[in-house]
Write a protein that binds this ligand. Sequence first.
Ligand code: ADP
Length: 638
Amino acid sequence: MAKKQFKAESKRLLDLMVNSIYTHKEIFLRELISNASDAEDKLAYKSLTDENVDIKRKDLKITIVPDKEMGTLTVSDNGVGMSKEDLENNLGTIARSGSGQFKAQLQEDDKAADKIDVIGQFGVGFYSAFMVADQVTVISKAWGSEEAWMWQSDGADGYTVTQCEKDAPGTDVIMHLKKDADGENYSQYLETYQLQELIKKYSDYIRYPIVMEVEDYRQKPKPEDAGEDYKPEWETVKEWKTINSMVPLWQRQKSKVKEEEYNAFYKEKFMDWQDPLAVIHTSAEGAVTYKALLYIPAQTPYDFYTREYQKGLQLYSSGVMIMDKCADLLPDCFRFIKGVVDSPDFSLNISREILQHDRQLKVIASALEKKIKSELLKMQKDDREKYEKFWKAFGTQVKYGIVAEYGAKKELLQDLLLFWSSKENANTTLAAYKDRMPEDQPFYYYACGESVDKIAKLPQVERILDKGYEILYCTEDVDDFVMKALGEWEGKKFKSVADEDALPQTEEEKKAAEEKAEAGKEVLEAVKEALGDQVKAVRISSILKSGACCLTAEGPVSLEMEKYMSKLEGGEHMKADRVLELNPDSAPYAALKRAKEAGDQDTLTKYAKLLYGQALLLAGLPVEDPSEFASLVSSLMV
Ligand code: ADP
């Protein structure tokens, strides 16, 4: 019998499948099961509208049969089936309904490599069978027809359609698997455990039972007349089992799902050994319809801050997984969220075409973003202990979110922030800080440093605390950037205690400061000369209350930013302009002055270096020449 040729573009798609080097060939099973499920759907629908179709929904099922002897894997359904014309039209061309994007790509160029991604994300339906099979036979009997037809193809040069026998309506897709070769393992698709895994992974929530005969090794029931010395016996039993769970957790009513169920699902699906910190089960109907089940892990995943970590939610379309990690569903600031979204708006066909640019997807993403935030705020209010755990695990990510995209997500995220409060000795929200603030306080104060203890001892901190003002202690690299990104909030600015104007001066104070600066002019100039380019300026401090010296920065780059940038690749060039500030009421300053007056330049240089070294250490920066500094300190003892 003459072979019929595939239509041109189908042939190219077919070539691509046959020669596919795609690593996730396993998705062929998902594709065939989806087709089978669609066929069941169509029949179920028919039964509603056509009284001649008297099937019961509960009788509809999908059967998987691996046959090791024949080397075949069969996917069967008892759905609508296909007539001879259907077989020719549907399997001889790329389905008109779907794969549009693929069609477009196929027309664009011929390089298979470019299309690999598309296979992974969307699948390409029936033809994917040729990724694993060298011959595919489809035996089908349409509902209401007496005839059955067999479509057969080895992929390369066309297909045949011949009449055949088949008892019940429906379709069998029989794949003769390719031989294992070149590291490709096709025989794994004959192993029931492997098939079980694939069904669980991709098709767990197909609404019809997917049944397969599996082997179970188990204890024989104990005979009633078993004596004292009865030893349990084991046996291998073959039985038909439904592999998929059919009803997705997220489709169930929230009030009917137990916490353990949510947790078990999370652990199994996202491979965490720990229960999640929180579950967000949400849905929407209307312009877009979706159900989402989102989780906040209890701990930072070990690879969270590495390139390996991929954000994204699993995307389902009515129970069929169409994408494992859909990144567009999650903003970066919430990249720690794990979960699934199921929306009938993405039918498999639609999604294949336009998923990436889809407006629906954006609407869902933005709704989820709001929902995640509101759930976190609720937790912050109602369960602070839990929120602190969340903050410990993912607070840094939220802060990065504030800084990223030029502060675009600032409004969304600022209520979520926590900082250590000098007053409460605990974490505080910005709102709570603001509530405690005395009316005359000009700024929201913050101080950066390595640890709360170290910050509390910073000279710059003292004068602000003395005023009775509260300070937010910032111990993370990113904090200074966060504060700069926040800039202003509800009428007041965020201010580093290291800024010279952190405490506005009265006219009198200003005058006194100017006088002091004038009086110290010569000493300051001499110190600047001694230190050279290491510092941009030396000045009389209006910050220090006690202590002899401190280091501040002038201009846009703060010392904290410099520290942070120095850890990043290529960030070393970002240096703060350093200013050495001296306390004119301190003993070391008096010593400087004496040396200057005595014209003892050596001693003055030595003291200047000692003070600068101290200032660096206090600021948490390394001294530039440790051995010189050490010998300077030692020289004081002799
Ligand atoms: P798609 O599923 O995107 O339409 P496929 O290439 O997978 O593309 O399938 C082409 C068409 O073949 C389907 O639209 C459907 O009409 C028909 N078809 C495939 N498998 C079956 C099946 N098991 N039962 C009935 N019809 C099927």
